[in-house]
Ligand binder design. Structure first.
Ligand SMILES: Cc1ncc(C[n+]2csc(CCOP(=O)(O)OP(=O)(O)O)c2C)c(N)n1
Length: 131
């Protein structure tokens, strides 16, 4: 089984990894690490407030190495180098049981731009339906 979580959610509950190896678990935890709450970059505050204020009050970047955090709890952890490598690791049939953490570094700003492109494409496609 695999779960996908944001970096803040992971950081809040990281202590749940303690002694995870003693549980009968086969779990891959994929962390999208954009150094803070990326969801808030979609709010008007992201552009209406000075960057420093927005980062302090909304994004709350942790600045932590989450691979090191997971390893400190005794869990196997690796940075994600690319999507192909992650897909192969998650579909590995011979993977030993246990908990593994995969940390994918992303950018909150780039994420908003990707969504804006998708919204434009969807809007254009939907507008084309009426023709
Ligand atoms: C227990 C709890 N605390 C705080 C919040 C408020 N909250 C909603 S989204 C969010 C940020 C989540 O950040 P992250 O897990 O990094 O995911 P991302 O937004 O980057 O996808 C917070 C703090 C919440 N929903 N639940």
């Amino acid at each position: 089984m695999a779960v996908l979580v944001g970096d803040l959610a992971f950081a809040y509950d990281a202590s749940s990894l303690l002694r995870a190896d003693e549980r009968d678990l086969s779990l891959d935890i994929v962390v999208v690490d954009n150094d803070g709450g990326g969801i808030f970059n979609f709010l008007p505050q992201a552009s209406s407030q000075p960057r420093e204020r927005f980062e302090r009050l909304w994004s709350t970047p942790h600045g932590s190495d989450l691979v090191a955090v997971a390893r400190a709890y005794g869990v196997e952890a690796q940075p994600v180098e690319d999507m192909v490598g992650l897909q192969q690791a998650l579909s590995e049939p011979e993977a030993p049981p246990g908990v593994r953490v995969w940390v994918a570094r992303t950018s909150r700003g780039d994420n908003v731009k990707v969504h804006e492109r998708l919204w434009s494409a969807v809007g254009a496609a939907v507008a084309g339906l009426g023709e």
